[in-house]
Design a protein. Structure first.
Length: 231
């Protein structure tokens, strides 16, 4: 089957994961060198850990902020932003929290798992952008800690964000999944909505994943190169 071309579709949806940012030098979560092979999420990425030791959890997130701030968007991010400029119906639903889509010029990004660059008052639930590295001050004027506005393990996804993602997936005519292991739910279920509505489906990854059999087209290789092949 010939590789689908962006030019043949009107409403393209990119569903992205950590593999897209790997070429920028940001470690993925699983597999060799993956974040969760080095760090235990129970110590660094769940509300219980934050309640017990907020400064330890912030030290970890400050390290991530510094690492991501030192990285730049790669050609994969740039191709997605270009396709969005060329085709008005293009949208991005990402599991990434690194902000690299925004830095590459893409807009209207649905961030399923929140952002490393937003903080939320742990008491009042106020959310604000914050790009300081290290994040400072760690406490809100109310005295409670700010926490990263990230969907940690055991947190629920924001239902408004999920609703927007569902609408976009249901409405697209081309679904391009890029660099995700497809094992983290409920995010991993969302691409099915596009397939059920008849969208052409493409999975870009270095290797097969548990959801690969659902896709009509499986492109194997680096995200930037496989995206370039669809131009
Ligand atoms: P994973 O680390 O689980 O998977 C990354 C995927 O990218 C793997 O399937 C790799 O084979 C693939 N990959 C790596 N480098 C690539 C490259 N250069 N080009 C193409 N593919 C490549 O990351 P996610 O699926 O994004 O959640 O993980 C989902 C969620 O689990 C994350 O959002 C995060 C994590 O826990 C939260 O932080 C809440």
């Amino acid at each position: 089957m010939a590789t689908p071309r962006f030019a043949d579709f009107e409403r393209i949806l990119f569903f992205t994961g950590a593999g897209l940012s790997a070429e920028s030098g940001i470690p993925t979560y699983r597999g060799k060198g993956g974040m969760w092979t080095e760090y235990d999420y129970e110590d660094y990425a769940c509300q219980r850990a934050f309640d017990a030791e907020p400064d330890k959890v912030w030290d970890f997130h400050d390290k991530r902020r510094a690492a991501v701030a030192a990285c730049a968007p790669n050609d994969g991010h740039r191709i997605i932003a270009e396709v969005q400029r060329e085709r008005a119906g293009t949208s991005v639903v990402t599991q990434n929290i690194d902000g690299l889509h925004q830095r590459s010029g893409a807009t209207d990004i649905v961030e399923l798992h929140g952002s490393l660059w937003r903080v939320r008052c742990d008491r009042e639930n106020i959310v604000r952008d914050d790009t300081s590295v290290p994040m400072s001050p760690r406490t809100c004027t109310c005295g409670a800690y700010w926490r990263p506005d990230i969907v940690w393990f055991e947190d629920s996804l924001d239902h408004r964000v999920v609703r927007r993602a569902r609408e976009l997936l249901e409405g697209c005519d081309l679904l391009v999944s890029v660099g995700t292991s497809g094992i983290v739910y409920p995010a991993a279920d969302l691409p099915r909505l596009a397939m059920q509505n008849g969208a052409t489906s493409v999975e870009i990854n270095l290797e097969d994943t548990p959801v690969s059999p659902l896709y009509q087209h499986r492109l194997r290789g680096k995200a930037s190169e496989m995206l370039a092949s669809m131009r």
